[in-house]
Design a protein around this ligand. Structure first.
Ligand SMILES: CC(C)(COP(=O)(O)OP(=O)(O)OC[C@H]1O[C@@H](n2cnc3c(N)ncnc32)[C@H](O)[C@@H]1OP(=O)(O)O)[C@@H](O)C(=O)NCCC(=O)NCCS
Length: 175
């Protein structure tokens, strides 16, 4: 399989490894992390392991996916950023979604913005993605701020049919 890797000042965005399972399960078991994702429920270890398999399958089958994000200084897995197929929201297909999720102890340090900006450039320049959106539940203002910092613009407000929660869509306008 092709290796996907991006280095930024402080972070390494890379393919998933078996040793990521435990730290990623800890991230997704935290109710504060999961608060604005789907119905807001924290994930079990089994569900998290299935998620990692689905991220790997997406890279293999669609040619884009979510990167594991590692802190270069400590080599610790702190979260993910990258691309996914937003099948849960059929009205925006075939757009591809850019998203992020980080461990609570790493919030507020610019890691989400730093990694998402690098992933977005990679998606456009290397993966050739031309229709990119981002989706957040309306109370998740930190996520909205990242979209704005990435230069994305408001597209619409709608309902996530899988959980009934209100979401906003931001879109990358490409020339
Ligand atoms: C969303 C998330 C990735 C943001 O992480 P972060 O470390 O705070 O992100 P960054 O430090 O890169 O930047 C966030 C920006 O939002 C701002 N911000 C953070 N919290 C905010 C809040 N509660 N209200 C408004 N703005 C906020 C920050 O100031 C920063 O903007 P700035 O650079 O102009 O100051 C993190 O909170 C997270 O992982 N949450 C759980 C998973 C999740 O909700 N993912 C997104 C689903 S759409």
């Amino acid at each position: 399989m092709t290796k996907h890797e991006i280095q930024t000042d402080r972070l390494l965005l890379r393919d998933w490894r078996p040793e990521d399972h435990a730290p990623f399960a800890a991230i997704c078991a935290d109710p504060d992390v999961m608060r604005y994702i789907g119905n807001g429920a924290p994930r079990t270890e089994d569900a998290t392991a299935r998620s990692i398999r689905s991220f790997e399958a997406e890279w293999a089958e669609r040619g884009f996916g979510l990167f594991a994000v590692e802190l270069r200084e400590t080599r610790e897995l702190i979260g993910f950023t990258g691309f996914s197929w937003p099948g849960f929201l059929p009205e925006i297909l075939p757009s591809v979604e850019i998203g992020w999720r980080f461990a609570k102890q790493s919030w507020g340090k610019g890691f989400a913005s730093e990694s998402a900006s690098a992933a977005l450039s990679f998606g456009v320049d290397e993966l050739g993605l031309s229709d990119i959106v981002s989706i957040y539940q309306v109370e998740n203002t930190a996520s909205a701020r990242i979209m704005q910092k990435l230069g994305m613009v408001f597209d619409r407000r709608t309902i996530d049919p899988t959980c009934g929660r209100e979401v906003e869509i931001y879109r990358l306008l490409q020339t």
